[in-house]
Design a protein around this ligand. Sequence first.
Ligand SMILES: Nc1ncnc2c1ncn2[C@@H]1O[C@H](COP(=O)(O)OP(=O)(O)OP(=O)(O)O)[C@@H](O)[C@H]1O
Ligand SMILES: [Mg+2]
Length: 252
Amino acid sequence: MSHHIVEVQNLTHTYPDGTAAVRGISFRIHHGESVAVVGANGAGKSTLLLHLNGYLTPQSGTVRIGDFPLTRETLRDIRRTVGMIFQDPDDQLFMPTVYEDVAFGPLNLGLPLEEVEQRVQKALMRVGVEHLRERPPYKLSGGEKRAVSIATVLAMSPDILVMDEPSSNLDPRARRTLIELLAGFQHTKIIATHDLDMVLDLCSRTIVIREGQIMADGPTTEIFQNDQLLEECHLEKPMRMQACPLCNRPSI
Ligand SMILES: Nc1ncnc2c1ncn2[C@@H]1O[C@H](COP(=O)(O)OP(=O)(O)OP(=O)(O)O)[C@@H](O)[C@H]1O
Ligand SMILES: [Mg+2]
């Protein structure tokens, strides 16, 4: 199973304008783990995640996905292994119809048309948007675009799912469906999010980032009970862990 380990060592990333977004981050994630990456706006979560499927390549430090260090030569294999859901669905959807967007990856793998069709159908069904199949993605609502983005990645059957704010823009029911879908996904998941209640549902481990550095990495429930850490990192306890305003008792 070692081929699905995600290992980041001493990673740094400075944007061309001099912004140091990632400053010496290291962690190791094993096959089957479900890990949240949390932190305030601008903490460096998206910049970090963009390294995990090679959208950005390390300026210094290393990223390893299983047996492969991430380099230009291994990019193709790594992108098959790691499915990335971008923070902005407009970065993910570019074809004239939803169908073509979801079929794009499987067609690129050279799969037979019949299998492509099956994969598209299954992926659209899993996120509940079969009815959008012939629609142009750019005319969809924010939440519909998000669901289609997730379908484009599911259609590739990745071993590792990397998701940047997957629950943003979803209505409560679509959010719940997403959480159930992800809970049923047995492979490795890495989720950057501000939705700490979703983290409680899905991730037993949480990495907290502040100003491009890791401030904590450990069991989610311990991290969410550390009031000082949450305060320093501009985070708020999940709603479920906050005291009820009527009876003053937390629900968990
Ligand atoms: N293309 C870019 N050029 C210059 N600076 C950038 C660029 N993209 C991001 N940054 C900066 O890098 C830092 C980290 O940004 P990043 O998008 O990784 O944060 P984030 O934790 O994902 O935030 P959010 O919660 O708002 O999505 C911020 O200071 C941001 O302004
Ligand atoms: Mg971000």
